[in-house]
Design a protein around this ligand. Structure first.
Ligand SMILES: Cc1cc2nc3c(=O)[nH]c(=O)nc-3n(C[C@H](O)[C@H](O)[C@H](O)COP(=O)(O)OP(=O)(O)OC[C@H]3O[C@@H](n4cnc5c(N)ncnc54)[C@H](O)[C@@H]3O)c2cc1C
Ligand SMILES: NC(=O)C1=CN([C@@H]2O[C@H](COP(=O)(O)OP(=O)(O)OC[C@H]3O[C@@H](n4cnc5c(N)ncnc54)[C@H](OP(=O)(O)O)[C@@H]3O)[C@@H](O)[C@H]2O)C=CC1
Ligand SMILES: O=C(O)C(=O)Cc1c[nH]c2ccccc12
Length: 374
């Protein structure tokens, strides 16, 4: 029994539990993995850093240590979260996977079925409030590809990739040119592999400085003006990339993020390696036969490994029996700023494509709302 159940001990769930503890509101935080921030501890690659300045990534009531760099490393971020949990007395129940949550109109409570992965028993919780903090990247997405099961080389999703250490001199196909794919291709090239990356759609190329300019201008200028400035600077910095097989979209990067949730690619050195030929850009592929990949442009090439950096999906709607709070893709259905509050004491945090900063704001809003309702 617990009046408040928070599902997911990533940054969002940790921040929510901390904000509730800060208001002396008891809560139970459940997590399916055996650790907190499992994405950051177990499902991201070694060289990863936060790609927004630390001021835009810290959780409520605790700044990053002053000695931290502007762009915090994965390990530093995990250490910060560990310190944050200790400071706010956040204690997740691990190896608890939520499998069903339904609202009991008569009891006026959420009935939550949680599988204890250690005992394989199903634990049942009744709660007045339910907070969904299961993340935008909770399930790896790998597209169906004709002949993939015939591929003789290594196949992995970006969540399984750690570094290019074991890929030296290997021909590696990276599928997907989001921030994961573009940085994994860079990492492979740095370790002496021979990466090719599939770019199937136009993409914007920014770097940390341009991103910072865009985020800094956003509160003062229209989206059009911010995008205009950032795209002009991007063209000055990166030049025309069409000869390398990369087009820019017609709509600006910040408009695309707002309209489609498409994050701009923030370059950390990939573009230079594409220009030098150390990273080859290839078109979409049609099929796989053994260790040969056939591309839409008719070319066939041999690869030793395929890394699917093809993003994520969400399975929240499979266990959460509610149609108001989340859309079918598992993102907040309502638009900012009231996206975090549902009906019958249901809330979501970190599901509005506004990153860690947005998740922190959601967490504080939810804790304040629940406190006022108790
Ligand atoms: C490679 C990568 C880099 C990123 N870099 C940045 C960045 O620089 N800046 C930024 O703002 N954002 C970044 N993001 C976005 C990312 O979503 C956030 O950084 C952050 O992880 C969101 O925290 P969260 O707690 O909402 O989700 P998550 O960190 O995904 O945590 C969700 C937790 O819920 C648990 N869970 C899921 N389903 C269940 C269930 N049914 N029962 C119990 N537990 C469950 C999961 O195991 C997980 O631990 C990045 C994402 C990726 C993949
Ligand atoms: N802090 C950091 O440095 C990093 C942050 N991130 C963040 O993590 C989140 C997830 O990023 P990421 O893992 O890159 O996932 P994304 O969803 O951002 O990108 C997925 C990519 O895969 C492509 N894709 C999907 N299916 C196919 C297919 N069948 N064939 C070819 N290409 C395909 C997409 O192309 P299309 O657009 O055409 O659909 C897209 O380029 C984002 O918020 C990102 O910003 C990720 C890595 C590093
Ligand atoms: O998911 C990520 O990688 C993020 O950095 C989230 C994010 C929050 N605000 C943004 C503005 C532009 C690009 C990404 C983000």
């Amino acid at each position: 029994m617990g009046e408040i159940i928070v599902v997911g001990a990533g940054p969002s769930g940790i921040a929510t539990s901390a904000c509730l503890n800060n208001l002396s509101v008891p809560n139970i935080l459940v997590e399916r993995e055996d650790c907190f921030a499992s994405l950051w501890q177990k499902k991201t690659y070694d060289r990863l850093h936060l790609h927004l300045a630390k001021e835009a990534c810290q959780l409520p009531h605790m700044s990053f240590p002053t000695e931290y760099p502007t762009y915090v490393s994965r390990k530093q971020f995990v250490q910060y979260l560990d310190d944050y949990m200790s400071h706010f007395d956040v204690k997740p129940l691990y190896h608890r996977s939520v499998e069903c949550a339904t609202y009991d109109e008569v009891a006026g409570k959420w009935c939550i079925k949680v599988r204890n992965i250690d005992s394989d028993e199903v634990e049942e919780y009744l709660a007045k409030f339910l907070v969904v903090a299961t993340g935008e990247t909770s399930d790896a997405y790998v597209p169906e590809v004709e002949g993939l099961d015939s591929f003789t080389g290594q196949v992995l999703h970006s969540t399984m990739y750690k570094s290019g250490e074991n890929f030296q001199n290997k021909n590696v196909l990276v599928v997907g040119c989001g921030n994961s794919g573009m940085e994994i291709a860079l990492d492979l090239a740095n370790f002496g592999a021979k990466p090719s990356i599939v770019v199937r759609s136009p993409i914007h190329m920014l770097n940390r400085e341009l991103m910072s300019i865009g985020v800094g201008l956003a509160p003062y200028l229209s989206l059009d003006m911010v995008d205009g400035a950032v795209v002009l600077l991007s063209k000055l910095v990166f030049g025309d990339m069409t000869k390398y097989g990369i087009e820019r979209p017609k709509e600006g990067p910040f408009l695309r993020k707002k309209k489609y949730g498409k994050f701009p690619f923030i370059d950390l050195g990939t573009v230079k390696k594409i220009k030098s030929g150390e990273i080859q850009v290839v078109s979409s592929f049609k099929s796989i036969k053994g260790d040969n990949v056939e591309f839409e442009d008719g070319k066939t090439r041999r690869f030793d490994a395929i890394v699917f950096a093809t993003g994520f999906k969400r399975s929240t709607k499979k266990w959460l029996k509610d149609d108001f709070l989340l859309d079918d893709d598992g993102f907040a259905k309502q638009s900012f700023p009231s996206h975090w509050k549902g009906c019958n004491g249901l809330y979501c945090v970190g599901l509005s494509r506004r990153g860690l900063f947005g998740a922190g704001m959601d967490a504080q809003n939810i804790a304040n709302d629940i406190k006022a309702l108790l």
